[in-house]
Design a protein around this ligand. Structure first.
Ligand code: URA
Length: 235
């Protein structure tokens, strides 16, 4: 791919704007030599104003989503993209959330511009465990774990029962739920189905990846080792 297109696709500007970056001598190699738009140089060797380029296409990141942020590119309120570098919103292919968390849910959100990887993670076939910490309005009754594990629970307006899910009771109004699928508002609807109400919800893990101290509102790139852990593959 031509350098101008590659850099424009990373969100540094329109092709015209990126052509200007070249004309102004702001695009260099690692040694500071000015690059020209038709040079053939690998991503890792390019600098703009002396800074390495943003990650190449194929990026995967984890975000510790706070409550109050929407998993959308256009909404009037706070967006998850507000927590990432502004250029990430302008990239092509786009950096998309892998599944969604409700505005009022916090926790681990993966994002990627790799469509095949995104599908691999969200595919019902992958059955990657997703762990949620739910705070409840009412004390647990005690029969919820059996109902959730049964594989027969049918949510309102659905045609297929839910896959078996694991419930660990942390305290009378605190539960850890492990799901292997991702349906719309699934956790909230599951607790509603057993006569309870979720007052706070946090996702703590997906596959072998946990937030591991990543602060709320912060993000970090995942590397190949993280991805192996995500899918439970040997390191
Ligand atoms: N289940 C929900 O109800 N909400 C989420 O954000 C994620 C899972």
């Amino acid at each position: 791919m031509k350098l101008v297109k590659h850099i424009a696709n990373l969100g540094y500007g329109s092709r015209k704007q990126v052509e200007w970056l070249f004309r102004e001598g702001r695009v260099t190699d690692a040694a500071g030599e000015v690059l020209y738009a038709d040079d053939k140089v690998g991503h890792d060797f390019i600098r703009i104003d002396g800074e390495p380029l943003d990650p190449a296409p194929g990026l995967v990141l984890m975000l510790h989503k706070p409550t109050g942020y929407t998993c959308s590119t256009k909404d009037t309120g706070r967006l998850i993209y507000d927590l990432l570098p502004p250029r990430f919103r302008e990239r092509s292919p786009v950096v998309s959330p892998v599944g969604r968390l409700d505005r009022d849910t916090s926790g681990l959100l993966l994002m990627t511009d790799d469509g095949a990887l995104l599908h691999r993670i969200v595919s019902p076939k992958s059955k990657l465990p997703k762990v949620y910490e739910a705070t409840l309005a009412n004390d647990l009754r005690g029969d919820e774990a059996g109902i959730f594990a049964s594989g027969t629970l049918m949510l309102e307006s659905e045609t297929m029962p839910l896959l078996p899910a694991g419930l660990e009771i942390v305290s009378p109004r605190q539960a850890r739920l492990t799901l292997h699928e991702g349906r719309y508002h699934q956790v909230r609807r599951m607790f509603a189905a057993v006569g309870n109400h979720v007052t706070a919800l946090h996702r703590s893990a997906i596959g072998g990846i946990a937030l591991d101290g990543l602060e709320e509102g912060r993000w970090r790139l995942l590397d190949a080792g993280d991805l192996r852990r995500l899918f439970g593959e040997p390191a």
